[in-house]
Structure formats: C-alpha cells, structure tokens
Write a protein of this length. Structure first.
Ligand SMILES: [Fe+2]
Length: 191
C-alpha cells in the first residue's frame, strides 16, 4: 500500500529550522496537490490557507537563514517533494532587492513571514512588449500567488525599508522554477 506522504527532507534535521513545522507544511501541501492538482486556481488558494498559518509566526525559521545577502536576494531550499510535484523555499530580500521579470510555468504561492513583499504582474501587448500592472503589496502573515492559467510573468521584491522574508511554494522542483527572464520589450533575456 502506498504511503500517503513521503516526507524526505532535503536538509538534515536541525540545520534549517523547526523540522516539525516544515514537515506539517509539506503534508498539508501534499494533500492540496492530491485533492486539487487539476485546478491550479483552487490549489493555490488552498495552499495559501496552509502557508498563511506557517508564516503567521516566523519563530520556526532559523536566524541565520533570515539574514540578507549584499549582492542579491537569497533563496534557500527548505523542502522538495520526492516526486518533484512541489518545493518550498525561503527567500530573503534586502532593501531594494527584487527579481528580474520572469515566469515559472507552474503555480506558485508566496507567504510573507517578515516585512512586506511587492509584486507586479506583466501583460503582453499586441506588439509583444510587456506592460506592468498595479503594484501589490503583501504584508507579514499574508499570501499571494501566480499560476500560468492566470498569466504568470511577474517581478517580486522586498517592499519598504526593512529586510523581508518570504516562504515560497512552487509546483515544480526548486531548481526549475524560474523558467524565462524577460526584457520589457517582451524578448527573452535568458532561460
Ligand atoms: Fe516568481
């Protein structure tokens, strides 16, 4: 009989925070993927509900993982499902740090643990150029999500004048999440 969960942390216990929180989060997301994997809009909303509980108190995150890097935002893998169906990462945003314009080609949910995150969606025009939508700001305890069915070209970064920490859940292996980087004219900068 198949086990309902295959919890195989990729980071040794004790090194990357409270494993019981990460394990509980992974189990909840596994259930969401099993029950709602065919509808990404519903899946993202359900994962956001679970993730909001996890980021409501950031005490389970180790301090060393929450320090910003000078050169760029940090991204650290916390958990990856053995079958590659989803991954969980911790992102740390120094003041002014942000991603390039990019897409995932998979669903993704962000939960803000510390500070605030700003995100902007980009929409292709008839000429192919990308036009930014409104800036959405998500504060600590809140969640936001993107999925390909809704258009998933976007940019994310810290907001305000303090370091931000966010937990990201993606419907793919962590190393494969950022698929294409775009210029504003709509051309692909890198894959
Ligand atoms: Fe993204």
């Amino acid at each position: 009989m198949m086990q309902p969960y295959q919890i195989a942390p990729v980071v040794p216990a004790g090194r990357r925070g409270d494993r019981s929180t990460i394990t509980a989060l992974a189990r909840g997301i596994t259930d969401c993927v099993t029950d709602h994997g065919s509808n990404e809009a519903i899946l993202c909303a359900r994962v956001a509900r679970i993730l909001a509980e996890a980021v409501d108190d950031s005490g389970w995150l180790p301090r060393d993982l929450m320090r910003p890097a000078a050169a760029s935002y940090r991204r650290e893998l916390l958990y990856e499902a053995p079958d590659g169906s989803f991954s969980v990462g911790c992102f740390v945003w120094g003041i002014g740090q942000q991603t390039p314009i990019h897409d995932h080609r998979c669903w993704g949910v962000i939960g803000v643990a510390v500070g605030a995150i700003q995100s902007v969606s980009y929409f292709p025009t008839a000429s192919g150029a990308l036009v930014p939508g409104a800036v959405d700001v998500t504060s600590a305890g809140g969640c936001a999500w993107v999925h390909p069915e809704g258009g998933d070209i976007h940019r994310v970064g810290g907001s305000g004048d303090e370091t931000a920490v966010s937990i990201h859940v993606y419907g793919a292996r962590f190393a494969r999440v950022c698929r294409n980087r775009y210029r504003l004219d709509g051309t692909v900068e890198s894959r």
